[in-house]
Design a protein around this ligand. Structure first.
Ligand code: HOZ
Length: 428
């Protein structure tokens, strides 16, 4: 029964566009009514009607330690009494920056912002300012937030809703955005050759998470690294999803690759609105007030956001076994899902990397946007609803990764696998 969610959704649509403050949440592609959340603890979400769900979104990544993780809640409460914002520097910001630098060795300087969108937008401006070039290469189905330059052939909500072209993006901005297929190094090389001396940066999600979870082919990231070195292009890794999730040093550490600039969001804020971009001093010193590439924010380095992020990152740094535990849980889930999907008898693919995982109802490997989009996503939508009815909260789109949190128990995973078996019987 989701009576209260239905009422809340109707009411929300009177005052909020589409009833939601971020489009994917509207359940528009899977159909039905979005579940309105009242509270959450550990691995569970509770909706306005009192239903409990095992959560595989984890706020789209940030809640890696589980919801309302006691040390994070306590740190926020203790800090809030000293005021919630100053618009002036604090020691806590230095501690946060030092902690990040200790976890990500190739970041010399880091600037805090308030979202992943801001982080990627600022990194792009910096790359342009640093190189004096205008063009950016991005990848189809990758999502770097909603800054104009990135909304060309983007993943996440744009893939979910089939938005090919976003009204409001000027022709000039679109012309400066070059798009390649993920995992296709030859295409990237061709774009660079056709735009010789004009490409400021190449930006990508090292492990794609906005078209399901898609892994980089061996050699793909290394090839981009080489190309950037040869052509004087700034290599930006968007670690908004993977940063501090795949390893203390993110995908860079896990995959043994080093970018020139890295962008962060999600886990870095421990559930508060935080993003960051950082990298080599040689590039970062062009940011204002050191240089003339302007970037600013009243709420940047906000003390409440910083203490939530700091406490989360410190917990991860001091307890690296969390990553092993998360990986083991995700592999356990993958194996269980594999078993029930195999006995179901229809084609499927499971992609998994660290604590990111997605199911695609596809007869071919899912390695890029074209293969993700050609899967039977109608089937995914049925599966999604069948799982939701059984108390399993998956992303409401086949074009999103699932994120595991470490509060999940093996009993929760078994319950999920059992629900998947029953749900598949309802999928036609
Ligand atoms: N763009 C997010 C997923 N890739 C979804 C954001 C949200 O609805 O919270």
């Amino acid at each position: 029964m989701i009576e209260k969610s239905i009422q809340l959704f109707q009411r929300a649509q009177q005052s909020i566009p589409g009833g939601v403050n971020s489009p994917v949440r509207a359940f528009k592609s899977v159909g039905g009514t979005p579940i309105f959340i009242k509270n959450a603890k550990g691995p569970y979400l509770y909706d306005a009607d009192g239903n409990r769900y095992i959560d595989y979104i984890a706020s789209w990544g940030p809640m890696i330690l589980g919801h309302a993780y006691d040390p994070v809640v306590k740190a926020i409460q203790e800090r809030a009494v000293y005021s919630t914002s100053y618009g002036a520097p604090t020691e806590l910001e230095i501690e946060m920056a030092e902690l990040i630098l200790s976890m990500v060795p190739n970041v010399d300087l880091i600037r805090m912002v308030s979202s992943g969108t801001e982080a990627c937008m600022s990194a792009l401006r910096l790359a342009r300012g640093y190189t004096g070039r205008n063009k950016v290469i991005k990848f189809e189905g990758h999502y770097h937030g909603h800054a104009d330059s990135f909304l060309v052939k983007a993943g996440s909500g744009l893939a979910t809703f089939g938005i090919q072209q976003v009204p409001g993006i000027t022709v000039g901005v679109a012309a400066d955005t070059l798009v390649a297929a993920y995992n296709n190094l030859d295409q990237v090389k061709q774009l660079v050759a056709e735009n010789k001396g004009e490409v400021a940066c190449i930006i990508l999600e090292p492990v794609a998470g906005n078209m399901g979870c898609i892994l980089p082919r061996p050699g793909f990231l290394e090839g981009i690294r080489r190309l950037c070195d040869e052509e004087g292009i700034v290599f930006i890794l968007d670690e908004v999803m993977t940063g501090f999730r795949l390893a203390p040093g993110g995908a860079q550490e896990k995959l043994g690759i080093k970018a020139d600039l890295v962008t962060y969001g999600k886990v870095i804020g421990g559930g508060m609105p935080v993003g960051a971009f950082g990298g080599k001093k040689e590039i970062m010193q062009h940011i204002s007030p050191l240089g003339n590439v302007y970037q600013a924010g009243t709420l940047s380095g906000n003390p409440i956001a910083m203490i939530a992020g700091y406490t989360t990152l410190k917990t991860l740094k001091d307890n690296p076994t969390i990553y092993t535990e998360l990986d083991e849980k995700t592999v356990y889930l993958k194996n269980g899902l594999n078993e029930v999907l195999a006995s179901w008898g229809q084609p499927y693919v499971i992609n998994q990397f660290g604590s990111m995982i997605s199911i695609h109802f596809s007869s071919h490997p899912v390695t890029d946007f074209a293969t993700a989009a050609s899967a039977n996503n109608k089937m995914f939508n049925q599966f999604f609803h069948a799982m939701l009815n059984k108390g399993i909260y998956l992303p409401p789109s086949a074009f999103e990764s699932w994120f595991l949190n470490n509060a999940l128990s093996y009993e929760d995973l078994d319950e999920t696998i059992k629900a998947a078996k029953e749900s598949l019987e309802e999928v036609k």
